[in-house]
Design a binder for this molecule. Structure first.
Ligand code: AHR
Length: 501
């Protein structure tokens, strides 16, 4: 199969916000206890956090981490997680029917985030709690000193404010499973007033309003329009959540799930702008896709997990090669919307539907999806450029035209580098010709690919067989690059360019 792609500076979508490569740690399963924190592990640092995990998170280059949930946050009393550890209560976590020991709390997590170089995206409990607890938490975290909660923080060893900038107004409040589930009207009012009070404490913060838990919720659309109509002027972002499964085990259909994400984002952008127009507002609401990933492998196992354990293994999906290909398509889709999607969180980060897995007292290892995420997070910086692509397509039950090539380019003018990320969804090799009208490419500095694996192959603790390898299947001719994108492959092509004048 042949494909053509032309990349042009005039096709700029937007500057990629670093927070597009965020992730998520929830107090659930083995994400915290037995994941990032295992005091008895040989690599544990003085605070009990696993250094091997810290290194993998750093390599992944995650700038922002949503915390502490998730469904968990809707029953969480943040005050349980501060102060002397031996006085912190053990609680029933009703969301996951587990026991929460609170041994890792706000201060410990903030310290860990500092180590991995990420900021916290803090969620407040709008399920069992509300405005009062939320505004106190902002005071505790962000107010310098001299008030009840800021002094408590200082007593607990943190003199300077944590200065948390991004806050989520609850979690999936449209979901009947959510503790304290609300109607759109109830939530819209609560979110509006909570945001107002939080911003009165610290007007530099940004807040995220809950959108739908997925585009297939029966209230999708109505929910967005109602909550935006109510809270528009108090909030900065609207959230989207979506997890992809593979119920039919049909590869073509599965790899087209990113078109579903594309439609979801476009629809939510349209709803934000409709409310903006209705209100004659000057303000633009951007999107926070603060939970996205693939989630289906662990579903059966999770039904067998006994309740009321501390850190039981939950949602431990083992990702295979086809999942890595889809994850690449999803990342490309987020970049295609980088004008409006400013924050996104791969849910989650360690052990729970995660790119990083750990063994108790053993190794920390990278799943197949780790690699496309790491490559895009480290190399996808600058301005996203929408390429013009000519390629064949196929149809599925949901989409008439699914292009065999999914791709995006990102121009990094600080590094004089153009990077193309590309997935060949087809089972045939693809000869791709890349041309650049107003960009002078000097050379291909690196071309890596993930290809040639059985789609069901997974990585294992001692066997990371799925990872990028170098490709030499390209040549440069008359301002064009001709390269081979192997059948079913994830590709990253880095090119040096002549600086923009
Ligand atoms: O990420 C796992 C769960 O998925 C989160 O707790 C919840 O917000 C979503 O339904």
């Amino acid at each position: 199969m042949k494909a053509k792609m032309s990349v042009n500076r005039t096709q700029g979508i937007g500057t990629v916000d670093r927070r597009l490569y965020g992730s998520f740690i929830e107090h659930m399963g083995r994400a915290v206890y037995g994941g990032i924190y295992e005091p008895s592990h040989p690599s544990a640092n003085q605070a009990g956090f696993r250094q091997d995990v810290i290194e993998l998170v750093k390599e992944l280059s995650v700038p922002l981490i949503r915390y502490p949930g998730g469904n968990f946050v809707s029953g969480f009393d943040w005050e349980d997680s501060i102060g002397s550890r031996n006085q912190r209560p053990k609680r029933l976590d009703l969301a996951w029917r587990s026991i929460e020991t609170n041994q890792v709390g706000l201060h410990e997590f903030a310290k860990w985030c500092q180590e991995v170089g990420a900021e916290i995206n803090m969620a407040v409990n709008l399920g069992t709690r509300g405005l009062d607890a939320a505004r106190n938490l902002v005071e505790y975290c962000n107010y310098p000193s001299g008030t009840y909660w800021s002094e408590k923080r200082r007593e607990h060893g943190q003199e300077e404010p944590f200065a948390i900038k991004t806050w989520c107004l609850g979690n999936e409040m449209d979901g009947p499973w959510q503790i304290g589930h609300k109607t759109a009207k109830e939530y819209g009012r609560l979110a509006e007033e909570t945001a107002k009070a939080m911003k009165l404490v610290d007007d530099s913060i940004e807040v995220v309003l809950c959108g739908s838990s997925s585009s297939s919720m029966p209230t999708f659309g109505e929910w967005e329009l109602t909550v935006l109509d109510q809270a528009y002027e108090q909030v900065d972002y609207l959230s989207l959540h979506q997890y992809y499964g593979n119920p039919t085990d049909d590869l073509k259909h599965y790899l087209a799930r990113s078109l579903d994400m594309d439609q979801f984002i476009s629809g939510v952008v349209a709803m934000c702008d409709a409310i903006k127009a209705k209100k004659h507002s000057k303000k633009q609401i951007n999107l926070s896709f603060d939970e996205w990933n693939i989630w289906y492998h662990s579903a059966e196992h999770d039904l067998t997990v006994k309740p009321w354990q501390v850190a039981p293994p939950l949602l431990e999906d083992h990702y295979n090669f086809e999942d890595a290909l889809l994850l690449g398509c999803l990342l490309i889709t987020l970049l295609k919307h980088s004008d409006r999607v400013k924050i996104a969180c791969l849910a989650q980060l360690v052990n729970v539907i995660a790119p990083i897995m750990t063994e108790e007292n053993g190794s920390a290892w990278r799943q197949t999806i780790y690699y496309p995420f790491m490559q895009v997070a480290t190399l996808g910086q600058g301005v996203a450029l929408r390429p013009e692509i000519t390629v064949d397509s196929y149809s599925t039950s949901d989409f008439e035209e699914v292009p065999y090539l999914e791709s995006i380019a990102v121009m990094n003018d600080d590094k004089n580098e153009l990077v193309v990320f590309a997935v060949n969804r087809g089972e045939e090799n693809m000869e791709l010709s890349l041309d650049f009208s107003d960009i002078q490419v000097t050379e291909v500095s690196d071309f890596s690919e993930m290809s040639g694996h059985d789609i069901k192959t997974v990585n294992q603790p001692d066997k990371e067989q799925i990872k990028p390898v170098k490709s030499t299947a390209y040549e440069q001719k008359d301002q064009q690059i001709h390269c081979l994108l192997k059948s079913l492959s994830w590709n990253v092509i880095r090119m040096s360019v002549v600086p923009k004048i």
